[in-house]
Design a binder for this molecule. Structure first.
Ligand SMILES: *Cc1c(COP(=O)(O)O)cnc(C)c1O
Length: 384
C-alpha cells in the first residue's frame, strides 16, 4: 500500500474534525444557490458586492471573448500581454491612487511574486500574526528573516524594528483581516515605516471595492498616500471575477516585471477577463448603493446576534465572524444551519488559531433584510 501514510494523516484529520471537503455548486455564485443538489441561502462567498453573476459582467466577458478570444496563449513577457490587460492596469492604478499597476493571475501569485521580488537573504520581513496564508508562504519563499508581530500590535512591531539589522525592511499586513474582519492600523504602520526606512505591503483583498470613497480600498479609507506603500488587491472578491494587481511606484512595478517569478513564469490571464474587470470597476465606482446596503445589513446582523452563547467578533466589514471555539462545535453549528437551508462555513485551524474555530458569516449587497433575518432566527433556534 504505497499511500498508507497519507491514509493515516487523513484519518487523523477526520478524528480531529479537520477533514476538508468541497461542495458542488450547480448554479451561479449568488446568495441563493444550488449546492450538492439542494437550494440554499448562502453567507459563504467573498462576492461582497453581489457582482459574480451580474449579467452586465457576463455580457462584458462575452464581448471580450468575441473580440480577443479566450486564451492569452503566453506569459505577459512573451506574447500574452494584451490591450485590455494594459487598459485595466491603467484604470486600477488611477482608481487606488498609485502611479502604476501590474496584473497577476491570482492574489496568491501576486503575494508570492511581490515579496520574493522585493526582499531576499539579507533582508527582514515583519508580518502580522493573522496575515493571510499566501503572505505567510510568500515570506518563507523569499528567504528573508521573518518576524511576526502580535495582531495589530504596533508597539510590538516597533520593538522588532528597533532591534533589526536587516538591510531592507518590509512590513506586511492584511488591511481587512480575512477571518476576523477587523482593520489594520495603517496610519500607525506607515509612521513606523517612515521612522525605520521600511516599506509597507498592504493586502487589500477584502477592502478593495468595499471600503473607502467609491470602494477605492483601504488607502482611500484612511486617506493615505505614500510611495513607501505597495498596494495589492484581488479581483475575485468584491470585483466578482478573478485575478489580482499590485499598485506602486514605477520602480517597484519594473522590479516586479523583471524579478517576480510568479509573474514571469505563468500564462497571462485571459484578455476577456480584463474586459469584464473594466466593466466591474465601473460598477464598483458608480453603484455606491451596494456599499450602503452592506452597511445596513451589517447593522441588522449585529443587532440581531447579541444574545447568543457565541460572540460576534468586533468587525465593521462584511466579514462577520461568530466565535465558537471548538472545531467540532463549529462544524455542528454550521451543520445545523445547513439543515435549515443556510450555508455558513465553519473555519478551523490552521486557517485560524487553535481554540478559535468560528462561523465566518459573509454578507453581500445581494442579500436582503429578510435573508439576514432568516439567519438570525436560525441561530437563535440553534442556541436553545
Ligand atoms: C483571497 C485572498 C488572497 C488570495 O487571492 P486569490 O486571488 O484568491 O488567490 C490573498 N490575500 C488575502 C488577504 C485574501 O483574502
Amino acid at each position: 500500500m504505497p499511500f498508507t501514510p497519507l491514509n493515516l494523516e487523513l484519518e487523523t484529520r477526520t478524528e480531529q474534525g479537520l477533514l476538508r471537503r468541497r461542495r458542488l455548486l450547480d448554479s451561479p455564485q449568488d446568495v441563493h444557490l444550488l449546492a450538492d443538489g439542494k437550494p440554499y441561502l448562502s453567507f459563504c462567498s467573498n462576492d461582497y458586492l453581489g457582482l459574480a453573476s451580474d449579467p452586465r459582467l457576463t455580457a462584458a466577458m462575452q464581448r471580450g471573448a468575441a473580440e480577443w478570444g479566450v486564451g492569452s496563449g503566453a506569459s505577459h513577457l512573451v506574447s500574452g500581454h494584451f490591450s485590455p490587460h494594459h487598459e485595466l492596469e491603467v484604470a486600477l492604478a488611477k482608481f487606488v491612487g498609485k502611479p502604476e499597476a501590474l496584473l497577476f493571475s491570482t492574489g496568491y501569485l501576486a503575494n508570492l511574486g511581490v515579496v520574493q521580488a522585493l526582499v531576499g537573504r539579507d533582508d527582514g520581513v515583519f508580518a502580522d500574526k493573522l496575515n493571510h496564508a499566501s503572505l505567510n508562504d510568500a515570506m518563507l519563499l523569499s528567504r528573508a528573516e521573518v518576524q511576526r508581530y502580535r495582531h495589530n500590535d504596533v508597539e510590538h512591531l516597533a520593538l522588532l524594528l528597533e532591534k533589526s539589522t536587516s538591510k531592507r525592511k518590509l512590513i506586511i499586513t492584511d488591511t481587512v483581516f480575512s477571518m476576523d474582519g477587523d482593520l489594520a492600523p495603517l496610519p500607525e504602520l506607515l509612521a513606523l515605516c517612515e521612522q525605520h526606512d521600511a516599506w509597507l505591503l498592504v493586502d487589500d483583498a477584502h477592502g478593495f471595492g468595499v471600503v473607502g470613497d467609491q470602494g477605492r480600498g483601504a488607502l482611500s479609507n484612511f486617506g493615505l498616500s505614500s510611495p513607501r506603500i505597495i498596494y495589492m488587491a484581488t479581483l475575485g472578491k468584491a470585483a466578482g471575477i478573478s485575478g489580482a494587481f499590485v499598485a506602486a511606484e514605477p520602480v517597484v512595478i519594473d522590479t516586479l516585471v523583471n524579478q517576480a517569478r510568479s509573474y514571469i513564469y505563468t500564462t497571462a490571464s485571459s484578455p476577456a477577463l480584463s474586459v469584464a474587470l473594466l466593466e466591474s470597476l465601473n460598477i464598483i465606482r458608480v453603484e455606491g448603493w451596494r456599499r450602503e446596503r452592506l452597511q445596513e445589513l451589517i447593522q441588522i446582523l449585529r443587532a440581531g446576534l447579541t444574545e447568543l452563547p457565541w460572540k460576534l467578533m468586533s468587525s465593521a466589514t462584511p466579514i462577520q465572524p461568530l466565535l465558537v471555539g471548538g472545531n467540532q462545535d463549529a462544524v455542528e453549528l454550521s451543520d445545523g444551519l445547513r439543515a435549515r437551508g443556510i450555508l455558513v462555513p465553519a473555519i478551523r485551524p490552521p486557517t485560524v488559531p487553535q481554540g478559535t474555530a468560528r462561523l465566518r458569516i459573509s454578507l453581500s449587497a445581494a442579500h436582503t433584510e429578510a435573508d439576514v433575518n432568516q439567519l438570525i432566527e436560525a441561530l437563535h433556534e440553534l442556541a436553545c
